[in-house]
Design a protein around this ligand. Structure first.
Ligand SMILES: [Zn+2]
Length: 294
């Protein structure tokens, strides 16, 4: 059995989105369903990321805007966002110190739409992108980011588009928000070939997903041979999700996760991104963590 860290904080519930779909109830559902697995996990608390760490990805202007803005954020949101980034940092520290081999960061707000210069799409800071840079500073020189959220991780792609030390592998629904992530977007400069995008038609199911999360993912992994894998885990691919039209089942999600974990014997850190059907969100996270424990 693998040593798996569960990294979360009730403070993440304090980020209030005024009844929007990215609600505190999402994390409450996860917390409720995950209680059955607590005894098998290392329960780890996140820390606050410092501004200089966040600046490894984001511009000082954007960070100042997030601190000051009442327009897009409630009072607590900046502090919550800083702690969401900090979950990834704690995860990297833990795998580096051999305290655990895998980690799940159950964070709010999500991060993968936040670009280096702009908060957008429910995301304030790009948790996974900052963690990738932090991991590189800690000795994990080649970072593979796998993003199975139904929406394109445009912010993560932007952060590493011209970079050959971070491989970004993303699947998403065609024409869904924010409409980026065409197959022709493969990187620029020395980053050409280090971004891979796959778009699915609406109503794609386990079969279509597992074709990509089989042969295509393995090919990218073998080409890049990363030192660590970070996963943007968006459960809005599930058939129950109210915002989009995918037909992936909980069993399908477990198989996607299994294929990611079976790529090689490298540390793997999952980050909660989307997923807006509260009850199923909890069950899908449980299915993920059960695979991580195997
Ligand atoms: Zn999403």
């Amino acid at each position: 059995m693998k040593k798996v860290a569960w990294i979360t904080d009730d403070f993440y519930l304090e980020h209030d989105t005024d009844g929007g779909p990215e609600s505190p109830e999402r994390l409450e559902s996860i917390n409720y369903q995950m209680k059955t697995l607590h005894e098998e996990l290392m329960l780890v608390e996140p820390r606050e990321a410092t501004v200089d760490v966040i600046e490894m990805i984001h511009s000082p202007e954007m960070i100042s805007f997030a601190i000051d803005s009442d327009a897009i954020l409630d009072k607590q949101s900046y502090k919550v966002a800083v702690k969401a980034v900090g979950a990834g940092l704690v995860a990297v520290d833990g795998v580096k110190n051999h305290e655990f081999e895998r980690a799940f960061c159950a964070v709010r707000p999500p991060g993968h739409h936040a670009t280096p210069t702009e908060s957008m799409g429910f995301c304030i800071f790009n948790n996974i992108a900052v963690t990738a840079r932090y991991a590189q500073n800690e000795g994990y020189k080649k970072v593979m980011i796998i993003d199975f959220d139904v929406h394109h991780g445009n912010g993560t792609q932007d952060a590493f588009y011209d970079d050959d030390t971070v491989f970004f592998f993303s699947t998403h629904q065609v024409d869904s928000y924010p409409k980026t992530g065409k197959e022709s977007e493969t990187g620029s400069g020395k980053g050409v070939g280090y971004t891979a995008n796959y778009r699915f038609e609406a109503n794609s199911s386990d079969k279509e997903y597992l074709e990509i999360y089989g042969k295509e993912l393995t090919r990218a992994y073998n080409f890049f041979n990363p030192d660590i894998i970070l996963v943007s885990a968006g459960y809005d691919i599930h058939e129950s999700d109210p915002l989009v039209q995918m037909d992936v089942t909980t069993e399908g999600i477990a198989k996607i996760v299994r294929n990611i974990l079976d790529l090689g014997d490298k540390p793997v850190i999952f980050f909660l991104e989307g997923g807006y059907s509260s009850n199923d969100l909890g069950l899908n996270v449980v299915a993920t963590v059960k695979e991580m424990l195997k």
